[in-house]
Design a protein. Sequence first.
Length: 307
Amino acid sequence: MENFSYIGDFKRFLIDSDKSIKTISGYVTDVLFFIDWYVEKSQEAFKPELVLPVDIRLYRDFLHETLSLAPSSIKRKLSSLNSFFLWALEANIVLNNPVKGIKSISQSVTAPKWLSKNEICKFLRIIDRELYLSKNKYPVRWLSRHRDCLIALTFLFTGIRVNEGVALTLNDVQISDRSGYLVIRSGKGKKHRKIPLNKSARNAIDSWLSIRPESDLPNLWLSSDNNWQKPLTSRTIQRSIQRLGLEAGINLHPHVLRHTYAKQLIDLGIGIEKVAVLLGHSNINTTSIYITPSLQDLQEAVDKIEL
C-alpha cells in the first residue's frame, strides 16, 4: 500500500507542476512498471531510498535486451524515473537520485517520414478532386468532406500538431488580404506562439469560414454531430487525413504533414532557428532531425555521380 502513497504524492507533485494529463499518465505508468520489475527482481518491498544506480542500469538493460524496446522508449522510461526520483529527493525521501548519470541506449538518427514532392502532388490532386466533386458525389455529407480537405490543407501549410488544431478558436485566426496568422495557445508544454499563414493556408481557412455552419461554439473546426454543435475531436482529424491519404495511395497521418511542412522549409533554405520557432520546438536539437537526409535524399545524391 505504501507504493500507492508514493505514487499519489508524486502525481500531486506533477499536477502542481502544471504537467499535462497525458504527461502525468505516462510518468505514473512508467514508474509503476519499474516498481513491478524491482519488486520481482529483488523479492522485497519497494522503497525509493533503497534503489541504487546499479538497479537502474539493470532495468535499462532489461528494457533493451529482454523487452527489445526502442531506444526512444527506453529514454522516455528513464526520464519518467528521473522525474520521480527528483521529486523523492525534494521530498527528502532519498538522499541521491539513482538515475543521475545513467546513460540511455544510443540510437542512430533516422529522418522522420515526410511526403516526397510526388506524394505532395498526388495528395493535393485528391483534395482538389474532392473539393470539386463532393457536392454532387456526397450531397448529404459534402460539408464534412469539404471540412476534411480544408483541415488537411491547413495542417500541410502550417505544420501544427493535432491537439493544436483541435484547440483553435475563431479568435485564434487572424487573416487579411495579404497576410495572416494562427495563435497557438495550447502548444506542447503549454507554449504560446503565432504561426504566419501563407496564401494556401489563408485560402483553406477562408474557404472553411465561408461555409462553417452557425454555431454557439467558439471552435474553428466543428463536428457534424448534433447538427454541427460539437467541437471536432483529434480522432476525427486523424481519420479524415488517413482517408485522404489512402485515396492518394499514401500511408498518412497528421504528423507526416507536420514533418512535410518542416522539411519543405529546410529545403528552401530557411534557417533551423526559424523552423524551430514555427514548429514550437523549445530545443533546436529536436528540429535538427529534419536536416537528416532521407533515403530518397541519399538516392538523389548518389544519382548525381553517375557517368
